[in-house]
Design a protein around this ligand. Structure first.
Ligand SMILES: [Zn+2]
Length: 117
C-alpha cells in the first residue's frame, strides 16, 4: 500500500474513532443530565477519569470497534497494515475499503468466526 493511501486510511480510522467517542460523549452527557442529583460540572472532573467513564459508557460493540481501530493504527505505524494478522496474506483492498480496521483476510475471518481465534 502506498504512502498516500496509508495516510488516507489513517485519517479515515481516526475519524471513525472520533465518531464513536463523540457518540459516547453525547450519551454520557445525557445520562449525567438525567442524574438525580442535578447536573455535575464535568469541567471539575479530571479529563482522565472523564475519559475512563466515557469509555465505560461505550457499548461492548463500540469498545471492540475502538480496539480494532487502535490496533489498525498501530499496524500502520509498524508498517504491516493491510496484512492479515493470522496468515499474513494481503487483505483485499475492497475489504479494507469497507472495513479499514479489518484484522483478517476474508478466509481467516470466516474460519475465526466458525472455529474461534
Ligand atoms: Zn488470513
Amino acid at each position: 500500500m502506498d504512502e498516500e493511501k496509508l495516510a488516507e486510511t489513517k485519517a479515515q480510522l481516526l475519524q471513525l474513532r472520533e465518531e464513536i467517542l463523540a457518540e459516547s460523549h453525547r450519551v454520557y452527557a445525557e445520562s449525567q443530565t438525567l442524574g438525580k442529583d442535578g447536573v455535575p460540572d464535568i469541567g471539575d472532573m479530571s479529563s482522565n477519569s472523564y475519559n475512563q467513564e466515557v469509555l465505560m459508557n461505550l457499548s461492548e460493540a463500540q469498545r471492540s470497534r475502538v480496539r480494532d481501530i487502535d490496533a489498525a493504527l498501530e499496524r500502520i505505524d509498524e508498517g504491516v497494515y493491510g496484512l492479515c494478522v493470522r496468515c499474513e496474506e494481503e487483505i483485499s483492498p475492497r475489504r479494507l475499503e469497507v472495513r479499514p480496521f479489518s484484522r483478517y483476510c476474508i478466509d481467516c475471518k470466516t474460519e475465526v468466526e466458525k472455529f474461534g481465534e
